[in-house]
Design a protein around this ligand. Structure first.
Ligand code: DX5
Ligand code: ZN
Length: 228
């Protein structure tokens, strides 16, 4: 099955909680991945930051390849990089199933087209301060849209409900054809509003990796709240 089809099939598993590995213990990266997989995660979210598009640097292709080697789960790779089209092939080769590029980055159209050519799922992220209208003409190239509920760059920031308005509008207009994802500040206090607004893909970082509860307990609680 193509990476794109694996991602499109997640629609039937919705709501899907995607642990964001940004705040995991990188000293035991493969163990962390196996632990969230054993705890019931159905996909993984990986944040790539280049220090140019956002004020932070994380990791690149080798870490995606390591995640791919450690797990069979679909990999949702969120590119917070300035010129994503230059790296689409490298990230698909490393094992990305869905690649998300930002509408605010350089040439998102070429990146989305290349992702589709590679038979991975194409996704477009929109920052809280960017109006949905700026993404409009790119939507036909997308399998998924990611409404950011924090300004990207760091985990454990406060949830910005502006993302919910974007999701509601997208659900009304294109809910049948697009997967809808939300990322940033999603936790036990906010997750029900996210699914209520139409999100089927819920990225959760600190509420899993910085919680004192075991991963399975956090995922179970988040799942229940997401289904309310
Ligand atoms: C932020 C990243 C998020 C982050 C989410 O730029 O895109 O994926 O890891 O972390 P929390 O859930 O802590 O906001
Ligand atoms: Zn992210």
């Amino acid at each position: 099955m193509s990476p794109r089809q694996r991602v499109l099939d997640l629609r039937h598993a919705a709501p899907v909680i995607l642990p964001s590995l940004l705040l995991c213990d990188f000293g035991k990266f493969a163990e962390e991945i196996r632990a969230v997989e054993a705890a019931g995660a159905q996909a993984l979210h990986l944040d790539v930051m280049d220090g140019v598009f956002v004020d932070n640097i994380t990791y690149g292709m080798p870490i995606i390849a390591a995640a791919n080697a450690a797990s069979d789960l679909p990999l949702d790779v969120h590119l917070m990089i300035d010129n994503p089209v230059d790296y689409v092939d490298a990230f698909v080769d490393a094992g990305a199933d869905v690649l998300t590029v930002h509408v605010e980055a350089k040439n998102p159209r070429a990146a989305l087209e290349r992702i589709r050519q590679r038979d991975a799922a194409a996704s477009l992220a929109i920052n809280p301060s960017t109006p949905l209208g700026e993404a409009e003409e790119l939507l036909p190239l997308c399998d998924m849209v990611l409404a950011m509920s924090v300004h990207p760059g760091f985990g454990a920031q406060e949830f910005d409900p502006v993302a919910l308005e974007k999701l509601q509008e997208l659900r009304e207009r294109r809910g049948g054809e697009l997967l809808l994802e939300i990322d940033g500040g999603v936790n036990a206090g906010t997750i029900a509003r996210c699914t209520g607004a139409g999100a089927s893909m819920l990225v959760v970082g600190s509420a899993i990796f910085k919680s004192p509860a075991p991963y399975a307990e956090s995922l179970e609680q988040l799942n229940q709240l997401a289904r309310q």
